[in-house]
Structure formats: C-alpha cells, structure tokens
Design a protein around this ligand. Structure first.
Ligand SMILES: *Cc1c(COP(=O)(O)O)cnc(C)c1O
Length: 378
C-alpha cells in the first residue's frame, strides 16, 4: 500500500541526511545560534543564485512582506493592489499596517494578476502593487513593470511559491522571480520549493539604500546596536535553518526539475479529458510547480475529493475562501467585490500531491485514481 502525501519531506531528507546532520551538528557545536556565519553565507549564495545584489534573511515569508511594506514608508490608508486569489499572508500584512487592500482579478489560465484589472484599479492613492507568483510560475511581469513605471508605483513580488522560477522578457533578458520588483519576498516554510526545517524567509533587492532599511527594520530599527532609529521588529533566520538552506539551495534546480517531471506525467495522463483542465504553462515563465492545481469541470468537486480520500490519495483546495471574502477583512467591505475569475476558480480547483520524490508508481496510482473517479461521476 502506497503511503501518499501532498509533500514528502522525509524521503527528501533521507537523500541528503549526512550533509544536513553534519551542518546542524556544526551549528550546535559552534553555539552561533543567532546570526551565525551560515546566515551570511546563505544570503550571499542566494543572492548569487537569484542575480540580485542583496538578500536580507528574516523569520518567515509573512514578515518579509510586512517588512517590505514598512520599508516603503507607506501611510495608513494608502492603497496596495494585490490579488484575492492568494494565501492570506499577502493581504494580512497590508491590513496589519492599516493600509487598504485593493483586490484585482486573476487570469483563469495562469492564476496570476490580470493586468487590465490592475490598470483599472490604480488611483492617485496607489502606493504599491504586490503580484503573487502563484503555484510556481511568474505573474506576467513585463506589462506589469511597464504599467507600474508609468505610474511610479513600486512592485513587491510575493515569490513564496515560485523560488527557482524565472521570467523571459521580450528582449531576451531572463530574470529570476523575486529579482524584478523593488523588493522580492520569499518563504522557506518546509513545504515550499526551497524549504527549511522550521520557519524562515527572505527579502531580495538591488537597491542599496532599501537593503539597508530592510535590514534595520528586521533588527529593531537599529544599525548600531542599542541605537534605534525607527520602529522595526525582530525577524531573524535561525543559523540552523540557514545551514540547512545552504545545502538545499545547491539542490534547488534539481528539485524544481523533479517537480516539473511529475507535472509532465500528470499532464500527459489528464490530456484530453474534458472534465480536467491541466495547469497552463505560460510561455514567458518557467513553471516550478509549487502546486499542481487542476480545474475540474462539470463534476462535483466535493464528491471527487471524498473519493480521492477513500483511495488514500491526498488532495487539497488552495484556497477554499478567497481573501476578499474572509471575515478578517469585513471592515473593508470587500466581500461582494466582482471578481468573477477568482470566484470561478475557488469552486473548481483541486491540487494533487506535488513534491520532489514522487515515483512513477505513485504518479500512476494518483492519476489513474482521479481519472477513474471523474469518469464514474461523469
Ligand atoms: C507561504 C506563503 C506566504 C507566507 O510565508 P510564511 O513563511 O508561512 O509566513 C506568503 N505568501 C504566499 C503566496 C505563500 O504561499
């Protein structure tokens, strides 16, 4: 009997166990638990991988987004455009800082920010735009960058789900996701494409002054110890997590390729099935499949979910309630916003197991299981 999981971290660890164990042991012995040498080495190595000047590590992906917004000096009431079809963290930090979330719709094929909607949502009070590179592929950055530039609005990339992905501009330039906006943010939550063994996050930028500010905010608003120039927070990446991430960063491309290979298998299995729409791969980006998310058409999703569970095939709905309908945001009066694509997707998406260790036997069991269920429900 197969022991299927949405994400199998145990088997991935098994393959790099000696290296990981030694790295953890090394930190424990060194007692450099906070801001140890591994934190600085990891930041330098990740900056080289992404092609950015500065990587500022922090405690988690939510903090990364919050600190990025704080560093831009936004005032309460300033408008921040983002999508409702995302993980709540993207929006929560906007509300936490008393800024106003302005929701735009996504494209049905890519699940990422619709450029026309952004264009319509821009007002004189718009102070930032947060595109989310959802499920592992880049939002369509070229037109978005042009639009943002025209209005002089900074872009903060939420790259928590797409580290390792890239975007190809029409002039042939290729940039890593997270390296295109004024700040890129990511999460090293264990299940993310580059995950540690606890919480972690980072911000990326090419702007020297902004890097300095991000660093200060993450460290109680101080540059010199005990001299606090602004209100900041305490947001650090543990040395043990940095040591683990240094090892996993060396495998990131290989991990992304393993995810892509699993997606290829699923794509082929579901091709031409009228009830299953496989994830679209936009030509301008390299999809690194943080999630493998299908759209089910003309079948009862609840029933599919129940039958998959009966077959011990895990599945998840990312996300069952879009952000604008969350009680958290009630005071903004956004629950009845007209976001037709977001509403449509919320009712039909389903994500299958996706990780770096899926075997052909497992993929075949999952794909055949879903095909059988869908054809019987019909
Ligand atoms: C995971 C995630 C975050 C938050 O990261 P944490 O490390 O869990 O705080 C933010 N945005 C998106 C899109 C995510 O998937």
């Amino acid at each position: 009997m197969l022991n299927l999981q949405m994400v199998d971290l145990k088997r991935q660890y098994g393959k790099i166990k000696p290296e990981i164990d030694a790295a953890i042991q090394n930190v424990v012995e060194s007692t450099a638990y906070i801001n140890g040498p591994d934190v600085h080495h990891f930041a330098t190595e990740l900056a080289a991988y992404l092609g950015v000047k500065h990587v500022i590590p922090c405690a988690n992906g939510t903090d990364a987004l919050q600190i990025a917004l704080m560093a831009l000096g936004l005032k309460p009431g300033d408008e921040v455009i983002t999508t409702s079809y995302t993980y709540i963290a993207t929006v929560e930090v906007v509300a936490l800082l008393r800024l106003k979330p302005v929701f735009v719709d996504v494209d049905a094929d890519t699940f990422t920010m619709n450029i026309e909607s952004v264009n319509r949502a821009i007002t004189p009070k718009t102070r930032a735009i947060i595109p989310v590179h959802l499920y592992g592929q880049s939002a369509n950055m070229e037109p978005l960058i042009a639009l943002a530039k025209q209005h002089n609005i900074p872009l903060i990339e939420d790259n928590a789900q797409a580290i390792g992905s890239s975007y190809a501009f029409s002039d042939g330039t290729v940039k890593k996701t997270g390296a295109m906006g004024i700040v890129g943010c990511t999460s090293f939550f264990p299940s993310k494409n580059l995950g540690c063994y606890g919480d972690g996050g980072a911000m990326f930028t090419n702007d020297d002054a902004l890097a300095e500010k991000l660093k200060m905010i993450a460290n109680h608003g101080q540059k010199t110890r005990y001299y606090h120039e602004m209100v900041g927070c305490n947001s650090r990446l543990d040395t043990i997590q940095a040591a683990i991430l240094r090892i996993k960063l060396r495998h990131l491309d290989e991990y992304c390729n393993a995810r892509r290979a699993a997606a290829d298998y699923y794509d082929a299995a579901f091709a031409n099935n009228p009830n299953i729409i496989t994830p679209y791969r936009a030509p301008y980006t390299r999809h690194v499949f943080h999630q493998y998310t299908l759209q089910l058409k003309n079948v009862n999703r609840d029933e599919v979910q129940k039958k998959l569970t009966d077959k011990n095939i895990p599945c998840m709905i990312y996300y069952p309630v879009p952000c604008h309908k969350q009680n958290m945001l009630k005071e903004y009066g956004v629950a009845d916003l007209y976001l037709p694509v977001t509403d449509m997707l919320q009712d039909c998406v389903i994500s299958l197991p996706m990780h770096t260790e899926l075997t052909e036997e497992e993929l075949s069991y999952i794909a055949n299981g879903l095909l059988e269920i869908v054809s019987n429900i019909g």
